[in-house]
Design a protein around this ligand. Structure first.
Ligand SMILES: CC(C)(COP(=O)(O)OP(=O)(O)OC[C@H]1O[C@@H](n2cnc3c(N)ncnc32)[C@H](O)[C@@H]1OP(=O)(O)O)[C@@H](O)C(=O)NCCC(=O)NCCS
Length: 178
């Protein structure tokens, strides 16, 4: 990538929720993300990371935990004028790092832009392969079964073990047992 936008990725402040809502609403109109009501955004604000530059809020993403070993990457949106500059990747990396910290084995996204996720080491699975808790929500959706969102997953459990092994220079489980 030739150029990186010059902002920062950090946790949002409650005072930024209305700007997040405006950004998400524009993406809802594009048909790329699901609508989020303002109360839902306040309740789940700690799920989010935001990208902020001199022009204000430039992007957001959320990591929503479904169960002990599964979380959803959702509400990923980058402001229209700064797309294609690596901001989406920076936001995704922030939630992946949080998932790694939480030791969540697998993250997934339901998306209409699978190409972005493939670039970031996700692979597609059939939605019915996701745990019942997630698939049940799909079945309740008014778009089911005609929805064109693709389920993309990334297995972090394997990466965590490899990273731990690399860092320790030996078997990760042996290190844990000491
Ligand atoms: C999808 C989105 C978040 C990507 O953010 P972005 O900042 O433009 O993406 P980046 O610049 O970080 O792109 C990273 C890589 O993914 C690729 N990429 C970006 N968008 C892509 C897409 N729609 N399809 C395929 N590849 C894509 C880029 O080419 C880049 O690859 P490169 O490093 O080889 O050039 C942004 O386009 C957006 O907000 N779209 C509308 C909302 C949306 O669709 N969200 C996803 C909901 S799950």
């Amino acid at each position: 990538m030739g150029y990186f936008a010059m902002g920062i990725v950090r946790k949002p402040k409650v005072t930024e929720v209305t700007a997040m809502k405006n950004l998400l609403d524009r993406a809802v109109k594009e048909g790329s993300v699901l609508p989020r009501a303002l109360p839902e955004l306040y309740e789940n604000v700690r799920d989010f990371f935001v990208y902020v530059d001199e022009a204000g809020l430039g992007g957001c993403v959320a990591l929503h935990i479904d169960m002990a070993d599964l979380a959803e990457v959702r509400s990923l949106v980058v402001r229209e004028d700064i797309r294609g500059q690596g901001v989406g990747e920076q936001l995704l990396e922030a939630v992946l790092n949080e998932a790694r910290y939480l030791q969540i084995a697998r993250v997934y996204a339901l998306t209409r832009v699978p190409g972005f996720f493939v670039k970031n080491s996700f692979y597609s699975v059939d939605k019915s392969e996701l745990p019942y808790k997630v698939f049940k929500d799909c079945m309740r959706c008014r778009l089911f079964p005609g929805c064109d969102e693709v389920a993309m997953v990334r297995d972090l459990g394997r990466e965590t073990s490899v990273a731990a092994q690399d860092a320790a220079g030996c078997d990760a489980f042996a290190v844990e047992a000491r």
